[in-house]
Design a protein. Structure first.
Ligand SMILES: [Zn+2]
Length: 248
C-alpha cells in the first residue's frame, strides 16, 4: 500500500483536492459506501481520509481503507466528546498495523458543546499528541470555539513537541490562521467557509498558503449552503474549485 501521511510541501491545488476529513463509516449515512466513493472519484477527488472518533469507528474506517486501498485512508483516535475513553486501542492498533494509519485523531478541545471537563479533554489531547510525536504521525485537531481553547491547544502542542498538526474545520479568522501557519501547521477548510455569515473564514481560506491548506467535508455534517439540513458527502467538495477559481 502506498504510504500517505499528509505531505508538508504541496506543488499545486490538484494535489490537495481530496477530502481530508470525512466520517463515511458512520451507520446513519443515507447512501452506500460504494456509491459515495464512486461519486467522489467521478468528482475528481484524489483520496478520502476517513476519520475515527473512537475505537469502533476507527475499526470501521480501517475496513473501508482495506476495501478501497490507495483511495480511502484511515485515522485513529478519540474525539473530544469521547475524551473520557481509554487511548489503549490506539497503541494496540499502531502496534498491530504500524503502516495503516495516516494520522492520529480526531482529538482536540471543545469548550463549547462538550459535557466533559476541560481537564479530561486536555489530558486526552495530550496523550494523542504524545502518541503522534512518538509515531511521527500528524495529529488532527478539532477546536471549538477557537478563541476559548486555542491557547490551551498551542500549549499542549508545545509541551509534546508536535510539529505536524492539522486544524480540522477551521472556523476562526486570518489572525489565528497566521499563528498556525507560522508554526507550519495546516488548516483544513470545510464547506461552511462559503456560508454568507462566514466572511472571516473565507478571508483565511483565500490567504492560505498551499503548504498549509487542506479541504474537507466533515461528512455527514456541515453540508454546503444550498443543501443545509441534508447530509454532506465528499463529492460536494467540487464547490471549492469554483471558489478557488473565483478568487484567483
Ligand atoms: Zn470530524
Amino acid at each position: 500500500m502506498d504510504i500517505f501521511r499528509f505531505n508538508s510541501k504541496v506543488k499545486n491545488f490538484e494535489e490537495i483536492f481530496f477530502d481530508s476529513h470525512c466520517h463515511i463509516q458512520f451507520d446513519d449515512l443515507d447512501e452506500s459506501i460504494d456509491s459515495i466513493v464512486l461519486k467522489a472519484q467521478q468528482a475528481g477527488l484524489n483520496k478520502l481520509v476517513v476519520v475515527g472518533i473512537d475505537n469502533e469507528s476507527t475499526l470501521k474506517s480501517l475496513d473501508i481503507q482495506e476495501q478501497f486501498p490507495g483511495y480511502c485512508y484511515s485515522t485513529l483516535g478519540n474525539h473530544p466528546y469521547n475524551a473520557d475513553k481509554d487511548c489503549k486501542f490506539i497503541l494496540d492498533l499502531l502496534d498491530k498495523y504500524p503502516e495503516n494509519f495516516c494520522a492520529i485523531g480526531e482529538t482536540g478541545l471543545d469548550y463549547f458543546k462538550n459535557n466533559l471537563k476541560k481537564e479530561i479533554q486536555i489530558e486526552s489531547f495530550y496523550n494523542h499528541c504524545e502518541i503522534a510525536k512518538r509515531f511521527d504521525l500528524p495529529v488532527i485537531i478539532h477546536l471549538r470555539e477557537y478563541k476559548d481553547c486555542i491557547e490551551d491547544c498551542l500549549s499542549v502542542l508545545k509541551q509534546t513537541g508536535v510539529e505536524k498538526a492539522i486544524f480540522h474545520c477551521f472556523t476562526s479568522d486570518l489572525q489565528d490562521a497566521k499563528r498556525l501557519w507560522e508554526k507550519g501547521y495546516k488548516t483544513s477548510f470545510a464547506l461552511l467557509t462559503f456560508y454568507p455569515k462566514n466572511k472571516h473564514i473565507l478571508e483565511a481560506f483565500q490567504n492560505c498558503p498551499l503548504d498549509n491548506l487542506l479541504i474537507e467535508t466533515d461528512t455527514p455534517y456541515l453540508p454546503p449552503q444550498n443543501m443545509r439540513g441534508k447530509q454532506n458527502k465528499p463529492y460536494f467538495l467540487k464547490d471549492f474549485l469554483m471558489f478557488r477559481h473565483n478568487s484567483n
